[in-house]
Each structure stands twice: as structure tokens, then as C-alpha cells.
Design a binder for this molecule. Structure first.
Ligand code: NDP
Length: 284
């Protein structure tokens, strides 16, 4: 059996076209152009690429974007002052601070400084709390994108065994909450999990968010499972690969996301969706 491929590029393209139409309508009828402000501190090459892609996606969809870049040794107070100014600017609907921040920053304090109404990444503690309570204001973009891809399968997830490998605040934990909301039975695995394969082999839905190339092998996957690969790893030859051994696992799984071209493009799409939502919420 060869798995159905969940094509993140195709879905992202479709959704971005819809978002562009909605943004154009908002501008035409209300005079409001959704605007995302992105803050980048330091010269991390991966972060620079992510920020460039986010700004380009905004422009392509007809959103406004603002980019603020700072040297790695900037005083945190300078960045906090910029966030305060953006919080107060009614033309700005979404604010995103690209992570990771340099060591001398208190990342939690920076995220806490963003107005929860403009926290389109959904990382502010108030928004995390709302997600836990099942009434999210903004759903974190990567797990939000994964839920959209799962919906593409057309399968009923109620009662399904969902296993997530990885428990980070930005992927694993919110992913668990969203799958729980879909009535899955959720298991979250991490670096201290004993016998990881025993868990993954039970999964109807398996989400890998670890950051270890090809660590999910075919023997760890239940035949017919939906396998979502969040991992992005750069190999020695410069190529990107996920946490899942795609070539082998696609012969066992029922559905699988590729890397690249899977979850990645959906993450930015959901950032646009959240920014549009933030703009719509400012309407009287
Ligand atoms: P983190 O490093 O924050 O978390 C990794 C998680 O994996 C941790 O919970 C860790 O456990 C767990 N882990 C590490 N080793 C093992 C192991 N051997 N067995 C089981 N679990 C293990 O990473 P992120 O969540 O930020 O990102 C995960 C991956 O997803 C990365 O490759 C990242 O690049 C990618 N990513 C992709 C995005 C996209 O848009 N496609 C967006 C965000 C991230 P413990 O908690 O015990 O340390």
C-alpha cells in the first residue's frame, strides 16, 4: 500500500487565495488592510528565511507588513518599547516576534508584552489559557495548519488514538489540545518516554515534532495511520528532511505529509488567517 500524500503546498495555495480575496473585500468595504508586524532579533539564518517568507506571503495575499530587525546584542528594552508602540498602533493587527531570541532575552516576558488581541502566534499566556479551556482566541499556527490538513483526509477523528512525539509549547502541547478537542484519545511522547515505538504503533494519527531526521521508521507506524511530519531538519548535503523516514513510512501509512511541501507552507498560511481574524475583530 502506498499512502495518500497530504499536499501542504496545494492546500496552502488554495487557502491563501481565499484569504487574499477576504483581505481585498475587507479593504474595499471597510477600508481596513490586515497588517502583520514582524520583529527579528539577531542574524540566525533560519530565522531570517522564516521572516522573509512571512513578509513575502503577506505581500502576495495583499496584506500589509512591517519588519523590524535588531542586532543580536540589542537591549531587550528597545524591543519591548517597539512592541508597546505596535500594541498602540491601530493600523497593526498582528505582532510576531521570531523565536528563538538571543540568550540575554527573557522570551516569556517578550511574548507577554504583546497585546493578546494582536498575538497572532497564539503564544501569550492568556491565549494559551483560552486554548486550554477550549475557547481559543488565536490557535498557534503550526498545529492549526496540521488540523486543516487532517480535515483534508475527510476522516472522522472521533475516538481515534492520536500520538504526538514532542511536547514543545509551540507545537506538541497545543497539538495535543486541538486533537483532544476533536475527541481523539491523546498521548504525548517526549525524550523521556519509555518504548516510544510501543506508543507510535498504536496511533491512528501520528504527529512527529521532534527535530531528529527520519527518527520515525516504518516499524513504528500502524498500517493505514495518518502520519504528520512537522520536523524540519537540514542534512549535511543541504537538503531538508522531516522527522519521518518518508520513503519507507509511505508504504505503511494511509496518509502522510512530505517535507518540504507539507506542514511548513500551512504554518505561514495560518499566520495569515490569524492576522485576517485579528483585523476583522477590530471592526465595530
Ligand atoms: P523542540 O526542540 O522545542 O521540541 C522537541 C521535542 O522533541 C521535545 O519535547 C523533546 O522532548 C522531544 N524529543 C527529543 N528527542 C526525542 C526522542 N528521542 N524521542 C522522543 N521525543 C524526543 O522543537 P519544536 O517543537 O520547536 O520543533 C520540532 C520540529 O518541528 C523541529 O524540527 C522544528 O524545526 C520543526 N518545526 C516546524 C514547523 C513547521 O512550520 N513545519 C514549525 C515549528 C517547528 P523533551 O521535552 O523531553 O526535551
Amino acid at each position: 500500500m502506498t499512502a495518500h500524500i497530504l499536499d501542504g503546498n496545494a492546500l496552502a495555495q488554495r487557502m491563501r487565495a481565499e484569504l487574499a480575496e477576504k483581505a481585498a473585500a475587507l479593504a474595499a468595504t471597510q477600508g481596513v488592510t490586515p497588517c502583520l508586524a514582524v520583529i527579528l532579533v539577531g542574524e540566525d539564518p533560519a530565522s531570517q528565511v522564516y521572516v522573509r517568507n512571512k513578509v513575502a506571503a503577506c505581500e502576495k495575499a495583499g496584506f500589509a507588513s512591517l519588519k523590524f530587525t535588531y542586532a543580536a546584542d540589542v537591549e531587550p528594552a528597545v524591543v519591548l518599547a517597539q512592541i508597546a508602540a505596535l500594541n498602540a498602533d491601530p493600523r497593526v493587527h498582528g505582532i510576531l516576534v521570531q523565536l528563538p531570541l538571543p540568550r540575554h532575552f527573557d522570551a516569556e516576558a517578550v511574548l507577554a508584552a504583546i497585546s493578546p488581541e494582536k498575538d497572532v502566534d497564539g503564544f501569550h499566556a492568556e491565549n494559551v489559557g483560552a486554548l486550554v479551556q477550549g475557547q481559543p482566541r488565536f490557535i498557534p499556527c503550526t498545529p492549526f495548519g496540521v488540523m486543516k490538513m487532517l480535515a483534508e483526509t475527510g476522516l472522522d477523528l472521533r475516538g481515534a488514538e492520536a500520538v504526538i512525539v514532542g511536547r514543545s509549547n509551540i507545537v506538541g502541547k497545543p497539538m495535543a489540545l486541538l486533537l483532544l478537542q476533536q475527541d481523539c484519545t491523546v498521548t504525548v511522547c517526549h525524550s523521556r518516554t519509555r518504548d516510544l515505538a510501543a506508543h507510535t504503533r498504536r496511533a491512528d494519527v501520528l504527529v512527529a515534532a521532534v527535530g531528529k531526521p527520519k527518527m520515525i521508521t516504518a516499524e513504528m507506524v500502524k498500517p493505514g495511520a495518518i502520519v504528520i511530519d512537522v520536523g524540519i531538519n537540514r542534512l549535511a548535503d543541504g537538503k531538508l528532511c522531516g522527522d519521518v523516514d518518508f520513503d519507507a513510512v509511505k508504504e505503511v501509512a494511509g496518509w502522510i505529509t512530505p517535507v518540504p511541501g507539507g506542514v511548513g507552507p500551512m504554518t505561514i498560511t495560518m499566520l495569515l488567517a490569524n492576522t485576517l481574524l485579528a483585523a476583522e475583530r477590530t471592526l465595530p
